[in-house]
Ligand binder design. Sequence first.
Ligand SMILES: [Fe+2]
Length: 335
Amino acid sequence: MREYTPLTITDAVLEQMAVTPDPRMKEVMEAAVRHLHAFAREVNLTPAEWIKGIEFMTKVGQACTPARQEFILLSDTVGLSALVNIMHDKTKMEEATSASLLGPFFRENTPKFETGAQIAKKTEGKEVAMYGRITNAQGAPVPNAQVTVWQTAADGRYDIQNGIEEIDCRGIFQADDKGNYLLRTVRPLGYFIPLDGPVGQMVMSQKRHGMRPAHIHFLISARGYRELVTALYLAGDDHLDDDVVFGASADLVAHVKDDDAACPIKGLPSIHFDFSLARESEADKRAGRVGADPAAVTANNGQDTSKPYGAPPPEMAAAVAAKKPGIFGGLFRGR
Ligand SMILES: [Fe+2]
């Protein structure tokens, strides 16, 4: 029998996983195990701390519903989403508008609006116009791009935080054949990420402020171009430099102007921002997004404890039996 030490245990796991047929899965899982073990050795993880970590991850999973994605929030608050996003953004074929986080509040169920329409049900005197152009990397207009926006309502909350049935402050617009888009919304507010779950507990116990700067999310797509997931951050917000999910960047800061003569809607404060799209590569088509509609991620997150554990698939048992005629072999011999 092998004797494991704090170092050889890592090699033993890697050895056992070495036959993984999918090369990318093998690469990712080997690195994950190496770093996970190194982490445990570095902090000299105790059994009590290890089980506390498991309890925490369990609570994160249990908090996920079709209206809430606590794991994305966890990934966001430890900077993993930002890291994956930054690395992904560097793979663009050409320079274009930077990506930002999709976050946990995007949803597929978003109404379509006509150009210039208001996406907020209640504006409470905080109405703003938004306009600009969608271009390619060289500055030429991209006609008819689809522009999806979502943001907090005037009270600083996303619709989905009030329940899955409520839909507000999100909409899909189509830019015109010259690349122009135009919509009305309300001035977004900076907000606390959800603090009422395990991730909020973590953030509060770390004495972090838990705030995101005011922003508007965008998802822009056009045939032949790489999908742009980004957000605009309002100039002057106190938390542009210490966003709790590390999403804000200087090139995505937008200004609200009170008297922009170029704005197609008169008499409203406005934000002007032009977006540029990079051409789409083959790899872009498979890259996915850093985030998702909670309902698309959460399936069968039930609390059904009535079912017994399932049996191993017959082929797994048969493979063990074939290698080890003996106790198990006896069970399968003659079948
Ligand atoms: Fe957001």
